[in-house]
Design a protein around this ligand. Structure first.
Ligand code: ARG
Ligand code: ZN
Length: 419
């Protein structure tokens, strides 16, 4: 060993120790099928005694009879889970045998270029550089606007897409990456921007849309969380805000909007993955987006937010079982959009109000935008239905984005026709 080699090894080890990367060797993802009331009780009890990571639904409170439950179980708890499952004969499958293998298997689309790619999961610095370059090379169509900073100080950049004119145009707001680990979501926003700039002038619908309307795209809403999933913990969901008095980090941005805040399907415990935050809009990222939409509410006609996974197209309400005033129109548009989506590869979507289609959960951005007056308010849950869950392989980015484009364009065309 030369002195150089020793130094290299030493600093290498220090870097690994400081990085504190969570690994998932031996962890499994189960799908449980509670068919009886006592199955539901057992799953909730299990979630209290050990630290399981809920993939779907988002928390133990939302477990109900006859709805599949996907949970990530850390290797150290497997014995407890197996014992519970066998003693109670809850029907179950294993979706992912080894979660670290699935994490490592996501990048299945060939060697990584050291830069931005539409068919890769890009890290934040690459997305940021991409925004600069696509705005610079499409100055006629794209304007960058920083709507505020994240908790850790990263700029929240919105790309405004639309032919430039003198007067303000009606607009659609599209965001991705509210939840950090749903990587297909930011990939879709990037795809959407690419499609917009590359088909404007050749595709009739895109041309007409961007002539008459603007589309505000926020490619990554929860940037701090997204970065954290790349550097430390692939399974992180929340923001990264801290408060004195709790050692737990972050709140669920989709429980932090001021819409029936923290009444249902959300947790007031800071350590929970569905923590609603200390007050509505306590998360600066939520406040920045809400302020931006409030400032532009005269123009914003549709609010679209992209999540994964489950293949759903949801609309208000989720904080209540009441039907939205525009229920039948929202349902009709959702069904048209789902049909358009399926026409490409046969991917099946379910549409409906959040509360009854999945589970009640208050504080979501869709309900908040709707109650503010943005009628066409939709939450997409993209591919898949659990085979890979949040770890959708990169080889599926292209087909997922292509089919989703059809649904988004369907909704946009409807909104444009009904201005
Ligand atoms: N899986 C999403 C979430 O839990 C669904 C959002 C549906 N809308 C809502 N307002 N809960 O955040
Ligand atoms: Zn989500």
């Amino acid at each position: 060993f030369t002195a150089n080699m020793r130094a290299f090894l030493f600093f290498g080890l220090v870097a690994v120790a400081l990085a504190d990367v969570t690994r998932f060797e031996g962890d499994k993802v189960f799908r449980l099928k509670p068919h009886l009331a006592h199955h539901v009780t057992l799953i909730k009890e299990l979630a209290q005694s050990i630290d399981v990571d809920f993939w779907s639904p988002d928390s133990a409170e939302q477990v109900t009879i006859d709805t599949d439950v996907d949970i990530h179980v850390p290797a150290k708890y497997l014995n407890i889970v197996y014992t519970t499952l066998s003693q109670s004969d809850i029907e179950h499958d294993i979706l992912i045998e080894d979660l670290q293998n699935a994490v490592d298997g996501q990048a299945d689309s060939g060697p990584s270029p050291r830069a931005h790619s539409y068919t890769k999961y890009n890290k934040w610095s690459d997305i940021q550089a991409w925004m600069d370059s696509i705005a610079a090379s499409n100055a006629n169509l794209v304007t960058k606007q920083v709507i505020g900073k994240t908790y850790e100080g990263r700029p929240m950049t919105v790309l405004k897409l639309g032919a430039k004119g003198s007067s303000t145009k009606p607009a659609i707001f599209l965001d991705c990456g509210i939840h950090a680990r749903e990587w297909i979501s930011p990939a879709f926003c990037q795809w959407f921007v690419k499609e917009a700039v590359s088909t404007y002038g050749s595709d009739n619908q895109m041309t007409s849309l961007l002539n008459q309307m603007d589309v505000f795209v926020l490619p990554v809403f929860n940037i701090d969380g997204y970065e954290y999933t790349h550097t430390n913990n692939r399974m992180w969901r929340k923001t990264r805000s801290r408060r004195s008095g709790s050692s737990c980090v972050g709140a669920d941005p989709n429980r932090n909007f001021n819409a029936g805040w923290c009444t249902l399907g959300a947790s007031s415990s800071p350590c929970s993955d569905t923590f609603c935050g200390y007050t509505p809009e306590s998360e600066i990222e939520v406040k920045n987006v809400a302020d931006f939409i409030r400032q532009n509410k005269q123009n914003i006609k549709a609010y679209l937010t992209i999540h994964s996974y489950s293949q759903l197209l949801l609309f208000p309400y989720s904080y209540s079982y009441d039907l939205a005033a525009d229920h039948s129109e929202l349902m009709k548009v959702a069904q048209g959009a789902s049909a358009a989506l399926s026409s490409l590869y046969g991917t099946r979507y379910t549409s409906g109000p959040g509360a009854t289609t999945i589970y009640p959960a208050a504080g979501g951005s869709d309900d908040w935008a709707y109650d503010l007056g943005v009628k066409y308010s939709y939450t997409f849950e993209l591919r898949d239905t659990g085979r890979y869950g949040f770890l959708l392989p990169e080889s599926q980015i292209k087909p997922t984005c292509e089919e989703t484009m059809l649904a988004v364009k369907y909704i946009a065309a409807y909104v444009q026709k009904n201005l």
